[in-house]
Design a protein around this ligand. Structure first.
Ligand code: KIV
Ligand code: ZN
Length: 513
């Protein structure tokens, strides 16, 4: 008989993850990620902050409609209008949760909210009561709990549990805590709050000191039974606790943890790749679990040891976290049915036969250039098509580059922009530089290029290159992505995608402001 308690995995990639500068996702991208999280058997998916913008509302609504197995959660400040918006967005969810929060640290109460502790407590209680009108699954977070007074936290937590909160989430909002102290805080709260047995204690740790996972695990050792985390550790500033690290630590060290998760770990690597591809936040090669080198042994001594017995240097098996998912799935001779079936298995569906036909034509085009098509190629193909469809203001019509030893590279670009087609030629220090200069001479965006990166989607020189471009203008940061077997074309696509976003008006509210 299994005597272990359950550790609830609450994924906030679609909410806190999206707060990483430039990581915004479209509604359809959020649905694709949510479906991957559901396949991974994540317990709760925080899909967004519905009051932030109409786009956020629609995304939460779409995720609520699409996901059936996981609980879908929406974030709301402790304000009636936020909670009403979250309740409305979640109406069609099979299982919904409203997550409401208000800051409890002296600095946040005084400087940000300008409220007294008693006013904060009252607002928290009212918010939880209001949220209970929509669902009996209400989570409350005292924001910046990691810097709050413990006595005050105890008062607030007791009151919100009485008001109907079933989950109490303790955020280390600014990533200030260290493991021993954070673990003690959780144990203390559970021991001191008289009605703590009526709620699940959760933690939400940020990674400013690189301690988000360590703090979360210390909390679990001290009674927390929900961890809030994100794929690849994405999130505000230095990010949140990484889901893959948290889950694999608990799973690998079952000798020390008194609980276990329900996660299907084989979905970790495919989901990590999907999130990296969609957000443009590439995973560093030495990142635990999901980095390209996480299971690669370079030193001869290690290689020799692993060949004799893998446990000499490996504490986990690469295939257990989904590393063998990188298999050839389709090729040049695959038919429309095989294509449709594989996409369906990846939860990619098309609204019409026409869209499927277009995607199939793109697939054939790719298969002509690249013999083996992997799942990652299919994901990139669909992401790339979605991105191109999103490009409202500027579209790439044609690109010709000329690069020769001893000569300055030249790029001839034709863009659709401002209702007409324009062709220009520019030179640059390399073909990508020449292409960006040509594009800029038409668009005149005045945006500053902050980041340019290229990643091979799969192995081999025929791999598609996935390019991320980050632009900044007037304090606003956006990421653009593009994929192609030709990296100059991929770069042009990524630059144009970022320019479309930076030109687009409209801003969204931020939960912490
Ligand atoms: O970091 C934080 O405090 C948050 C809350 C909204 C839970 O993201
Ligand atoms: Zn956060």
């Amino acid at each position: 008989m299994n005597s272990k308690e359950k550790l609830i995995i609450f994924d906030t990639t679609l909410r806190d993850g999206e707060q990483s500068p430039g990581a915004s996702m479209t509604r359809d991208e959020k649905v694709r990620i949510a479906k991957a999280l559901e396949r991974m058997r994540v317990d709760v998916i925080e899909a967004g902050f519905p009051i932030a913008s109409p786009g956020d509302f629609e995304a939460v609504q779409a995720v609520a409609r699409a996901v059936r197995e996981s609980t879908v959660c929406g974030l709301a400040r402790a304000l009636e209008k936020d909670i009403d918006r979250a309740g409305e967005a979640l109406k069609e969810a099979a299982s919904s949760r409203i997550h409401t929060f208000i800051a409890t640290s002296p600095i946040h109460m005084q400087m940000k909210l300008r409220l007294s502790p008693d006013q904060v407590l009252e607002q928290a209680v009212q918010a939880v009561r209001h949220a209970r009108r929509y669902t009996d699954n209400v989570e409350f977070s005292p924001e910046d709990a990691g810097r709050s007074d413990t006595d005050f936290l105890c008062r607030v937590i007791e009151a919100v549990i009485d008001a109907g909160a079933g989950t109490i989430n303790i955020p280390d909002t600014v990533g200030y805590n260290i493991p021993q102290q954070f673990g003690d805080l959780i144990r203390n709260l559970i021991e001191r709050v008289p009605n703590s047995d009526r709620a699940v204690f959760s933690v939400h740790c940020h990674n400013d000191l690189g301690l988000a996972v360590a703090n979360s695990l210390a909390a679990v050792m001290n009674g927390a039974r929900q961890v809030e985390c994100t794929i690849n550790g994405l999130g505000e500033r230095a990010g949140n606790a990484a889901l893959e690290e948290t889950v694999m630590a608990v799973r690998t060290r079952q000798d020390v943890f008194p609980c276990e998760t329900n996660i299907d770990a084989t979905q970790i690597v495919p989901t990590s790749r999907l999130v990296a591809g969609i957000t443009g936040f590439a995973v560093q090669p030495n990142k635990a679990i999901v980095g390209a080198n996480a299971f690669a042994h370079e030193s001869g001594i290690h290689q020799d040891g692993v060949l004799k017995n893998r446990e000499t240097y490996e504490i986990m098996r690469a295939e257990d976290v989904g590393w063998n998912a990188n298999r050839m799935v389709l090729g040049k001779h695959s038919g429309r049915n095989a294509f449709r079936t594989r996409l369906k298995e990846l939860d990619i569906e098309f609204a019409s036969e026409e869209e499927l036909n277009e995607a199939f034509a793109r697939f054939k085009d790719l298969a002509d250039k690249k013999h083996e098509i992997y799942d990652e190629d299919l994901q990139a193909l669909v992401t790339d098509a979605n991105l191109a469809a999103e490009n409202e203001f500027i579209k790439l019509v044609a690109l010709k580059v000329c690069s020769e030893t001893g000569e300055k590279p030249q790029a001839g670009v034709t863009l659709w922009f401002g209702g007409q087609e324009t062709r220009v030629t520019a030179s640059g220090s390399g073909p990508v530089d020449a292409t960006f200069r040509a594009i800029d001479s038409i668009v005149k965006s005045e945006a500053e290029l902050q980041l340019y990166s290229v990643n091979a989607i799969t192995s081999g020189t025929d791999s598609q290159g996935e390019v991320t471009v980050r632009l900044e203008k007037g304090g606003r940061i956006v990421n653009g992505q593009g994929a192609d077997t030709d990296i100059v074309i991929a770069s042009a696509k990524a630059y144009i995608n970022a320019l479309n976003k930076i030109i687009e008006p409209g801003s969204r509210a931020h939960p912490q402001v």
